[in-house]
Ligand binder design. Structure first.
Ligand SMILES: NC(=O)c1ccc[n+]([C@@H]2O[C@H](COP(=O)([O-])OP(=O)(O)OC[C@H]3O[C@@H](n4cnc5c(N)ncnc54)[C@H](O)[C@@H]3O)[C@@H](O)[C@H]2O)c1
Ligand SMILES: O=C(O)C[C@H](O)C(=O)O
Length: 320
């Protein structure tokens, strides 16, 4: 069987990390695309030269022309600008919306059948715009955020409980902003929900609340530490988990920004919800039930995404 082709649009911090992970996991051959000349070529060559040491086989091609992505099975989009300290993700909307238009046109022309994972911020609005610009079927395009936000929550919980991260599950839903929704009731250690762990004395409600808040602000915490950009190792690992589920038809249940057509009371928007990713792309949208408080938090988060989508339509009336 021929190797899969994985196109990475954006060869910056996340793009480079993705390219390395694709090789280490032998998921396929890689095309790195960027507007910066030399960068995708240089990163591709550097990683290819690590392959003999690590013992993996993958071809790397750097490109500045969209024709190189032709026939890609999976495309992961990180093209655009990251935030710096003092900025919110939403401040990136104007500049990154223009980037999504160029990327969407490239995908439409050269790889209209790919499974596309968008990472560029502000995530939920950018994946919405990318779907409109590319014309991709809604089940073939998703946004990466929930896997990352849930991984952050899992890390904080595993540290607090001094247990393996493997035994901690978490679901963070809603938009990828500071009002995202970490669902405490659906997060567990070895199947035991967090509220029960509070009752069992493993932690206190105050500590749990603090971990929820730290998760919501998790992206900003890294931005303030790095000062020059935003997180890239955990975001890349998260997108690779999504790509792997598609390529291997694993049917993993992952929180991702998916196109909603009435589920959760939301229409024509991408918002973070649990989905099944398999060979057909988004194979199922899982609708969990919310308590009154959870519903209110989710609706607040959806309203923030709606505001960003409306801003996109204002900037580019073709999106209406
Ligand atoms: N969804 C998430 O959870 C999440 C997590 C982390 C970062 N992000 C976002 O991902 C994006 C990328 O982050 P990064 O750290 O890799 O940034 P980066 O600056 O390191 O890389 C971005 C790359 O995009 C390229 N680029 C810019 N305009 C382009 C265009 N029109 N076509 C092709 N390439 C173009 C740049 O040359 C650069 O190499 C940012 O918007 C960031 O906010 C999202
Ligand atoms: O916080 C950012 O700007 C990047 C990303 O969305 C993150 O959560 O790490």
């Amino acid at each position: 069987m021929a190797r899969h082709k994985i196109a990475l649009i954006g060869a910056g911090q996340i793009g480079g990390t993705l390219a390395h992970l694709v090789g280490l996991k032998e998921l396929g051959d890689v095309v790195l695309f960027d507007i910066a000349e030399g960068v995708p070529q240089g990163k591709g060559l550097d990683i290819a030269e690590s392959a003999p040491v690590d013992g993996f086989d993958a071809k790397y091609q750097g490109a500045n022309d969209y024709s190189a992505i032709a026939g890609a099975d999976v495309i992961i989009v990180t093209a655009g600008v990251p935030r710096k300290p003092g900025m919110s993700r939403d401040d990136l909307l104007g500049i990154n919306l223009k980037v999504m238009e160029a990327v969407g046109n490239g995908i439409k022309q050269y790889a209209p059948n790919a499974f596309v994972i968008c990472i560029t911020n502000p995530l939920d609005a950018m994946v919405w715009a990318l779907q409109k610009f590319s014309g991709l079927k809604p089940e073939k395009i998703v946004g990466m955020a929930g896997v990352l936000d849930s991984a952050r929550f899992r890390h904080f919980l595993a540290e607090e409980f001094n247990v393996s991260v493997e035994d901690v599950t978490a679901f963070v839903l809603g938009g990828h902003g500071d009002d995202m929704v970490p669902l405490v009731r659906y997060s567990t250690v070895a199947g035991v929900p967090l509220p029960d762990l509070v009752k069992m004395g493993w932690t206190t409600q105050a500590k749990l609340d603090a971990m929820v808040e730290r998760t919501r602000k998790g992206g900003g915490e890294i931005v303030n530490l790095l000062k020059t950009g935003s997180a890239f190792y955990a975001p890349a690992a998260s997108a690779i988990a999504m790509a792997e589920s598609y390529l291997k038809d694993k049917k993993r249940v992952l929180p991702c920004a998916a196109y909603l057509t009435g589920q959760y009371g939301v229409k024509d928007m991408f918002v973070g919800v649990p989905i099944v990713i398999g060979a057909k792309g988004v194979e199922r949208i899982v609708e969990v039930s919310f308590s009154g408080d959870e519903k209110a938090m989710f609706e607040k988060s959806v309203a923030s995404v709606q505001g960003l989508v409306d801003a996109c339509k204002q900037i580019n009336p073709a999106l209406k």
